[in-house]
Write a protein that binds this ligand. Structure first.
Ligand code: ATP
Ligand code: MG
Ligand code: MG
Ligand code: MG
Length: 576
């Protein structure tokens, strides 16, 4: 069906929206693809929805190709399964919560590990049933602290999430590899420039985990990549043969603050402002500052918070919940800027205690920095706990400080820092969720066998913005053919009846040939039509105008800007 601009539900804007900072946000709003409803909440208008659906289709095809089976779970979820895994608490303020009329508690699902595990438990019982991969393309809700850049970080967004269920570790490894390959195909088909880096497993729990980062100046993630090879890694994840972390001796505190009661963020901020040359506000995150607390009368200091360079700062608000009446001490900044080691991976609270970790910003959501008491109980290390590896407190943990300019660990080239946007994430979860719900299969030997899980996400709606971010110019969007809202944008440029007739005829022929056409049949000036055609970003623009008197139409390649005159009778064959 031909999409007619004269009736299309679309109004393009000449001006950038006031709240937009990044190109994709500006252009997607100007081109009428999305409209803002509330912070991080957007509506999809016809052309935007088309792009979204096409991306979904690419994702669906590649998921089906690895044997994934599509199902659809609700977004409105009861509290109990999240209690069973403790994520009702762990997820913190990012989870949207609500109550029904009877007072029962619900969440709007930020991710669905619990419900998928329960779904499989409900249907499968024998080892013969496994393995299985299930997926959905579904709306997720996260009350992001800083929704930004339009649909790039939404509070409501579309994710493809899949979950693998296997009887053993080999099965999990192979499901993980299949997803890794599928993701590579998806992002290649979408024409993206991206890297795969090892990652922390964040709030999911589990071990092996990799992120797919689309390279973008406006991205929030920092990674390093080699100037010469394909090597890339998360800043905190590069493990070169590392020296043991520098011990940080229990240096005298630079300043001590006594808090008779539970300190509030405000008192903490006042304290920091009085004792450092930096100015904090309650909304800030702590950077390059270590704060330790000590219960009145107690000998031992406890790490309260540590901030490190980069984007892993500690959330001030999060501190408030963890503060006890305490003495708060601020240590020298330099101790820590010199040792920007980060915790990686999931470490259960018990494992932490057993291994002498004094305090972690959040013991389960391990994206902070650990304060580790060394085996001799005197040295304090801030360490990078490398995921998968066994944790030992005696300095044997491999830690790596990554700097731009370091040689690449593969010996090829030098590391340079780059910014990225996370477009996909794959996790080997292991048995955390199966343990929580007793997800077992009856084995061949008649004994129950615990299932091991993986979870895998693609930011489907985010991809619309990421593609736009990587593929645009001054004039507007430049869609790769695979996801463009149409194949050809036919512009009728002129008033003559013959031009209109020819434009209509060409559009009809293209349509009949299975080409998706937008036809600009509005009675506005050619200049407005050209500007809109560039803004909308369809890969081929076909101009039917004055050239018709010479028997030609103009075919423009949106990406390269190349223009060619084509004989009108060959026009359809030329672009099909
Ligand atoms: P980020 O680091 O950007 O906050 P995440 O690590 O919290 O993402 P995951 O839980 O791994 O996200 O979810 C899987 C995928 O969902 C991510 O790789 C990303 O592409 C997408 N995604 C996550 N949060 C958002 C959001 N707020 N808006 C749009 N897409 C998102
Ligand atoms: Mg997130
Ligand atoms: Mg992330
Ligand atoms: Mg992630």
């Amino acid at each position: 069906m031909i999409t007619r601009m004269s009736t299309l539900f679309l109004r393009t804007l000449r001006e950038d929206p006031a709240d937009a900072e990044v190109p994709s946000h500006k252009l997607l709003v100007r081109a009428g693809y999305v409209r803002r409803i509330a912070p991080g909440i957007y509506s999809w208008l016809p052309l935007g929805l088309r792009v979204l659906r096409k991306i979904e289709e690419v994702v669906r095809q590649e998921m089906d190709a690895i044997g994934g089976q599509e199902i659809h779970l609700p977004a409105l979820l009861p509290k109990e399964p999240y209690d069973a895994t403790n994520r009702w608490t762990e997820y913190g303020p990012t989870m949207f919560r609500l109550k029904d009329r009877k007072g029962a508690e619900y969440a709007l699902g930020p991710t669905h590990e619990e419900l998928f595990a329960l779904t499989v438990k409900g249907e499968y019982s024998s080892y013969k049933d496994y393995p299985v991969v299930l997926y959905q393309i579904q709306t997720k809700y996260r009350d992001e602290e800083r929704p930004r850049a339009g649909i790039l970080r939404g509070r409501e967004f579309v994710m493809k999430d899949s979950y693998s269920f296997d009887l053993d570790d080999e099965g999990l490894t192979s499901a993980y590899q299949l997803h890794r390959d599928a993701y590579t195909r998806i992002f290649d088909r979408l024409g993206l420039n991206y890297v795969i880096v090892s990652a922390t497993s964040g709030a999911m729990g589990g071990s092996a985990s990799e992120e797919f980062l689309a390279e973008c100046e406006t991205g929030e993630d920092t990674f390093v990549r080699s100037t010469e090879s394909g090597f890339a890694a998360n800043v905190e994840a590069v493990v070169t043969p590392a020296p043991p972390a520098e011990p940080i001796e229990g240096k005298p505190a630079a300043a001590v603050h006594h808090t008779p009661n539970t300190p509030t963020i405000e008192t903490l901020v006042d304290f920091l402002n009085a004792n450092t040359d930096r100015k904090f506000t309650a909304a800030d995150t702590l950077k390059n500052v270590l704060v330790k607390t000590r219960q009145p009368g107690a000998e031992e200091w406890e790490l309260l918070a540590v901030g490190v360079p980069g984007d892993r700062e500690v959330d001030m608000k999060r501190l408030e919940a963890s503060l006890e009446p305490a003495e708060v001490a601020l240590l020298e900044e330099s101790d820590f800027t010199a040792n920007p080691f980060l915790v990686k991976g999931y470490i259960g609270p018990k494992a932490l205690q057993d291994n002498g970790v004094r305090y972690l910003v959040d013991p389960r959501v391990v994206t902070g920095t650990a304060w580790v008491t060394g085996a001799d109980k005197t040295d304090h290390h801030v360490l990078d706990l490398v995921c998968g590896r066994d944790f030992t407190p005696d300095g044997t943990i491999e830690a790596a400080e990554v700097r731009e300019g370091d040689p690449s660990p593969d010996g090829k080239g030098t590391l340079v820092a780059a910014r990225g946007i996370e477009i996909g994430h794959i996790f080997q979860l292991g048995r955390k969720y199966a343990d929580a719900f007793g997800l077992d299969a009856l084995g061949q030997d008649g004994k129950p066998k615990r299932i091991t899980m993986g979870s895998y996400g693609v930011g489907v709606s985010r991809l619309v913005a990421v593609i736009a971010e990587q593929s645009h110019d001054e004039q507007g969007l430049v869609w790769p053919r695979e996801v463009a809202p149409a194949d050809v944008h036919v512009v009728i440029a002129g008033k003559d009846e013959s031009i209109w007739e020819r434009g209509e005829a060409i559009a009809a022929e293209l349509d009949a040939a299975g080409v998706q056409v937008i036809l600009d049949d509005r009675t506005v000036s050619p200049g407005v039509k050209f500007a809109d055609s560039e803004l909308l970003g369809v890969p081929t623009i076909l101009v039917v105008g004055k050239g018709l008197t010479r028997g030609v139409v103009e075919v423009r390649d949106r990406r390269s800007g190349d223009r060619a005159e084509v004989e009108v009778d060959n026009a359809v064959a030329h672009v099909v």
